[in-house]
Write a protein that binds this ligand. Structure first.
Ligand SMILES: C[S@@+](CC[C@H](N)C(=O)[O-])C[C@H]1O[C@@H](n2cnc3c(N)ncnc32)[C@H](O)[C@@H]1O
Length: 261
């Protein structure tokens, strides 16, 4: 994979596979209310959720009374998000967008959120610049990142060992879990606060959920379809990972950035 365009096309095809909505509702659906609370989303606010998936944050922000746009590189998942929003009785606008080049005006939103989403874009500085650009002065950016000491690191290791093409990009998403990295990206343009949250047992400990639904894991199985021995090895590695996760917490970093006026 050579160009940035190729990488993003591969990412989009990957996240469109499996059944992300089934995975999300059974695992990290509660990241939504966590981020809505951390950013203090209030009725009437204009909210942009970046790399929104199927709306775990966007739907909760709309339920809190905000006017919400959900954006993502992978519009294939929007129909599941639309159905979920309808079931919750809220309306959301869904827009295809790369977190590194958001199709929105400067200062357009009161709150910009991204739950384990924008961290997957390969150029971290471009993401931070875009989140800041579309947020109004005095507005709030809220992100959930994966911390480098969390159990999910095992999953990244497995992905790296089995994937045929690079999945994690030029800069690993894990870097967003280091406070110094985030401080460097936002510089003095925002006032930053960080909180760590643990989930134990991890909501991600159910390995069958990964095997059945997770887009990245489904892609690994598809790529190895003609290599039964590698599939056996992958199964063993995933099972060993799950056994460890039952005794370990899933740790995330909640980042809140208040854009300076
Ligand atoms: C782990 S999912 C998180 C989705 C959702 N925020 C949640 O918490 O359930 C990662 C999401 O990032 C999206 N994504 C990956 N690279 C992206 C990019 N460059 N720009 C926008 N979205 C991207 C994927 O399409 C996917 O929906």
């Amino acid at each position: 994979m050579h160009t940035d365009q190729d990488f993003k096309a591969h990412q989009r095809a990957m996240w469109a596979g499996g059944d992300y909505h089934a995975f999300a509702t059974a695992s990290l659906w509660d990241f939504g209310p966590l981020l809505v609370e951390a950013t203090g989303i209030a009725p009437g606010q204009r909210v942009l959720d970046v790399a929104a998936g199927t709306g775990n944050v966007a739907i909760r922000a709309a339920e809190a009374g905000a006017d919400v746009i959900a954006s993502d590189l992978t519009p294939e998942n929007f129909s599941a998000g639309r159905r979920e929003a309808e079931a919750h009785g809220v309306e959301i606008e869904w827009v295809e967008a790369d977190a590194e080049a958001l199709p929105f005006d400067d200062d357009a939103f009161d709150v910009v959120t991204s739950s384990v989403g924008a961290i997957f874009a390969p150029h971290h500085q471009a993401v931070a610049d875009e989140l800041l650009r579309v947020c109004r002065p005095g507005g709030t950016i809220g992100m959930i990142a994966i911390v480098p000491d969390g159990a999910v690191i095992d999953m990244f290791d497995i992905i790296t060992r089995y994937a045929k093409e690079s999945v994690l990009g030029e800069q690993t998403p894990i870097e967003w879990g280091r406070e110094e990295h985030v401080r460097e990206l936002f510089g003095d343009r925002a006032e930053l606060t960080f909180k760590r949250r643990s989930f134990n047992p991890s909501p991600l400990a159910d390995v069958d959920l990964f095997k059945r639904y997770h887009p990245v894991v489904r892609m690994l199985y598809a790529e190895l379809a003609d290599e039964p021995e590698r599939i056996d090895a992958l199964n063993r590695d995933l099972d060993a990972m799950a056994a460890r996760w039952h005794d370990d917490a899933q740790r995330v970093l909640v980042i809140v950035a208040r854009k300076r006026g």
